[in-house]
Design a protein around this ligand. Structure first.
Ligand code: NAD
Ligand code: ISE
Length: 338
């Protein structure tokens, strides 16, 4: 049984706690904390976990073998560094940290520790549909991938969601996914600003991102975060011989009143429920069997942050911005993301 401590009992923290208490075997939530003590105390009471009054005290708690960080992005670095200092495995929700400098400090701390402790919550790598798409690509039947068309559509976003969050909070998933899918780095970013959706008020929404891959392939990502009709994630790879795309995920097709329709997921929780389950299942199994994690690494978190920073600069300047990564520490070999 793996004993886990969870920092941050907000939306996704509570969902991961539910997953670890009601869905998955071989794991228990030993302790929880949040700066909102009332919420953390009620989650602790509900799940039977201990309440801790800070992330640091939770990390050093002897009953906590592994840490899950689900607090706001700007707080991730301090907790991930504290977990590395304590020598404990840590699953950190995306983004690893809000800046590439902060991510690099984590990479350096983990490299100095000498073995992998950090896994970042880029769950699309665990989604059955993305895995099936990658398996098709791996057969080579499509030929070399030339382009990928992606769409990341949210029905709506909260009031605090600013222009840059379409890149740093939303498209960061495509950034990680495409590095993993193509097994190569993104080398430059451009951002176009289409006509604004009036549902978003002053928000610059939608955006069109263009990623240049090391091989010369081009990936476009539409972010639309006020699309109203639901949460819709799309991806289609164009190869030399054919194309492959994420399939329809609808369990049902309704034909009624002269129309045929598929339900669209309401949000990321519904769309990626299976991916989160598999992500945690594999993380827990890996820790229980070998004490090591093998999912998206601190290096992947850093690389995503560098591309995301380049995207923010491209959005502000309208220019094509090259992506320049630091030297990859030996700990994170192989050279290409797999
Ligand atoms: P949320 O606001 O619902 O919850 C965050 C919680 O963190 C809040 O309860 C807040 O009180 C707590 N918190 C803030 N500062 C803290 C600190 N210093 N110490 C302890 N707790 C602190 O946000 P959320 O939607 O649950 O997002 C949390 C993280 O998960 C973010 O990094 C977000 O990007 C990520 N996320 C990932 C996905 C995904 O698809 N993988 C989806 C949603 C959110
Ligand atoms: C949210 O934070 C997530 O991570 C979701 O997966 C993403 O689809 C959404 O756009 C973000 O706001």
């Amino acid at each position: 049984m793996l004993s886990v401590g969870v920092i941050g009992t907000g939306m996704i923290g509570r969902d991961h706690i539910r997953r670890m208490t009601s869905v998955l075997a071989g794991v228990r939530v030993a302790a929880v904390t949040d700066v909102d003590f009332d919420v953390a105390r009620s989650v602790a009471a509900f799940t039977g976990a201990a309440f801790r009054d800070s992330g640091e005290s939770l990390i050093t708690d002897a009953s906590v073998e592994a840490v899950v960080v689900c607090s706001w992005g700007p707080t991730h670095e301090q907790y991930v560094l504290a977990a590395i200092a304590a020598g404990k495995p840590v699953f950190c929700e995306k983004p690893l940290a809000p800046s590439q400098e902060a991510c690099l400090r984590i990479v350096e701390a983990e490299a100095a520790h000498g073995s992998r402790l950090v896994q970042v919550g880029y769950m699309r790598r665990y989604d059955p549909s993305y895995r099936a798409l990658k398996a098709v690509l791996a057969t080579g039947e499509l030929g070399a991938p030339l382009m990928m068309h992606c769409a990341h559509r949210n029905a709506s976003v909260p009031g605090f969601y600013g222009n840059e969050m379409a890149i740093t909070d939303s498209a960061v998933h495509e950034i990680d996914m495409v590095r993993w899918m193509f097994g190569e780095e993104i080398t430059a970013v451009q951002v176009l600003r289409p006509r604004r959706n009036s549902h978003g008020g002053e928000l610059q929404d939608p955006l069109m991102l263009l990623f240049e891959m090391a091989s010369g392939a081009i990936v476009d990502v539409e972010t639309s975060v006020n699309i109203r009709y639901g949460y819709d994630i799309r991806g289609e790879i164009v190869g030399e011989n054919g194309t492959a795309s994420l399939g329809s995920l609808s369990p049902v097709r309704v034909r009624l009143g002269g129309k045929a329709s598929d339900p669209v997921p309401a949000d990321w929780q519904e769309r990626f429920q299976t991916a989160y389950d598999v992500e945690f299942r594999e993380w827990i199994d890996a820790l229980r069997s070998s004490g090591r994690t093998s999912g998206p690494s601190a290096w992947d978190g850093y690389a995503a942050a560098v591309v995301s920073d380049a995207g923010v600069t491209a959005l502000r300047t309208g220019e094509r911005v090259p992506v320049v990564l630091a030297e990859r520490p030996e700990l994170y070999a192989p050279e290409t993301p797999t």
